[in-house]
Write a protein that binds this ligand. Structure first.
Ligand code: ADP
Ligand code: MG
Length: 410
């Protein structure tokens, strides 16, 4: 097989240069008011826990979406993207509403719409986009697009929200509403929180228990693999994920049914040491043991996330490997959301020297992560690349992922 394909991240200066060129090519050589960026994200652990009121732990990638933007006084939005050169996009802000716009500009105009709905004075704009976050790899290119525009609009319209973590939770909410109500994708806010609230050298512990304020629900956690001689490697499997939406809905329905049968508001109410009792209570309603497997994943996954946080916040990054690998096994056998490509990355990376590896994101394709000793990274990438070639699979792509900054101005 050929050598592993690495998806390089851009430096802020490099990303800004690229997007300024896209802007001046599209808008008559003019200069933007500024350049902003927002990262893609990868979830370290805590999968399929968000809609079960559980814990998850994303971190920001150095791979980012860059936006060059100039405000307009006439309420018009005009957009171009280097990733969709055949789809320039235009609308009047006053025409943006649920069900009224389509195409990639829905993610962008949706953010402006949601900020206006929240009572902010938002102007129209001309904007250009360029990004090295791959689409549909489970690394949240859509949230990075929304978040980049959230901080850009915040900047040009002087909203002042990006300056504080509390303000950023309002931007998170605008991005989530844009994705849910204008782009029509049912996501829960994890991705937008990660892109807007992560920081360099940190992961973001998100707690989806009801009753917490947006601010209380997110806490930065020190995460420094480099200090432990490790690198976080992301592998985009390029697997075609066709069943995602249906299977995702089915898993959510399983969890809701289990909670109903147990008379609980959500599965977070099951303490780890109450798991066996809960499973026994489900058994009469669950001949094939499907609900039991779903519940066991959800409860043990939040427990693993808490233990992961405890280790990394004490600097014991090298000790999280078994938690990652147990998370993968749980997703593979109990939650049944893995696939051949994800399993192949995990098994091959572990055999080639990774200290831990797991699928990340919703499953059925997308990406896997591996925590790898610095000196073994090339060997692991080569082994995974070779395994894919030998299995006759499309070559994967590799991303080096030191925990990076959240959205901001360049
Ligand atoms: P992901 O897992 O990458 O978030 P999604 O399907 O949620 O996958 O979002 C991908 C969509 O987001 C693309 O199809 C496109 O509509 C939009 N998008 C993301 N980044 C860009 C970009 N740089 N330029 C144009 N559209 C983008
Ligand atoms: Mg997305």
């Amino acid at each position: 097989p050929s050598t592993p394909q690495w998806l390089e991240s851009w430096t802020p200066a490099g990303g800004a240069r690229r997007v300024r060129t896209v802007f001046s090519d599209a808008f008559d050589g003019d200069a933007p008011d500024g350049v902003w960026f927002a990262p893609g994200r990868v979830n370290l652990i805590g999968e399929h826990t968000d809609y079960n009121a559980g814990l998850c732990l994303p971190t920001a990638l150095p791979h980012r979406t860059y936006v060059a933007l100039r405000a307009r006084e006439d309420g018009v939005v005009r957009l171009v993207s280097a990733q969709t050169p055949d789809e320039p996009w235009e609308a009047r802000l006053s025409d943006v509403a649920p069900g009224s716009v389509s195409g990639w500009g829905a993610y962008v105009s949706g953010v402006a719409w949601a900020l206006a709905e929240a009572g902010h004075k938002v102007r129209g704009f001309d904007a250009a986009v360029d990004s090295c976050v791959p689409f549909g790899a489970g690394l949240s290119s859509s949230a990075s697009l929304e978040a980049a525009f959230a901080v850009a609009i915040d900047g040009v319209d002087g909203l002042g929200l990006a300056a504080t973590d509390a303000g950023r939770t309002e931007l998170v909410d605008a991005c989530r509403r844009a994705e849910n109500e204008i782009a029509g994708a049912p996501t829960g806010g994890l991705d937008q929180s990660a892109s807007l609230r992560c920081a360099e050298g940190r992961a973001l512990l998100l707690d989806f228990r009801p009753g917490l304020s947006a601010l209380e629900s997110g806490r930065p956690v020190s995460f420094d693999p480099a200090a432990a001689g490790l690198e976080l490697l992301v592998v985009d499997t390029h697997a075609p994920h066709s069943h995602v939406d249906g299977e995702y809905g089915a898993r959510r329905a399983d969890c809701e049914r289990a909670a109903d049968l147990l008379g609980l508001e959500n599965l977070r109410e099951i303490e780890p040491d109450g798991l066996d009792a809960a499973l026994a209570e489900l058994a009469p309603h669950d001949a094939e043991g499907i609900l039991a497997r779903r519940v066991r994943h959800v409860v043990t996954e939040t427990e693993r996330t808490a233990r992961f946080v405890d280790l990394v916040s004490r600097g014991l990054v090298a000790e999280v490997g078994p938690l990652m690998t147990a998370s993968h096994a749980s997703l593979r056998y109990d939650y049944e959301v893995s696939c051949r490509e994800l399993d192949l990355v995990v098994d091959t990376a572990m055999a080639a020297g990774a200290v831990g590896a797991r699928m990340t994101g919703g499953g059925f394709g997308g990406s896997a992560i591996a925590l790898v000793p610095r000196d073994d990274v090339e060997r692991v990438a080569n082994a995974v690349n070779r395994a894919f070639a030998e299995a006759g699979l499309t070559a994967p792509a590799f991303l080096a992922a030191p925990p990076s900054a959240g959205a901001g101005a360049v």
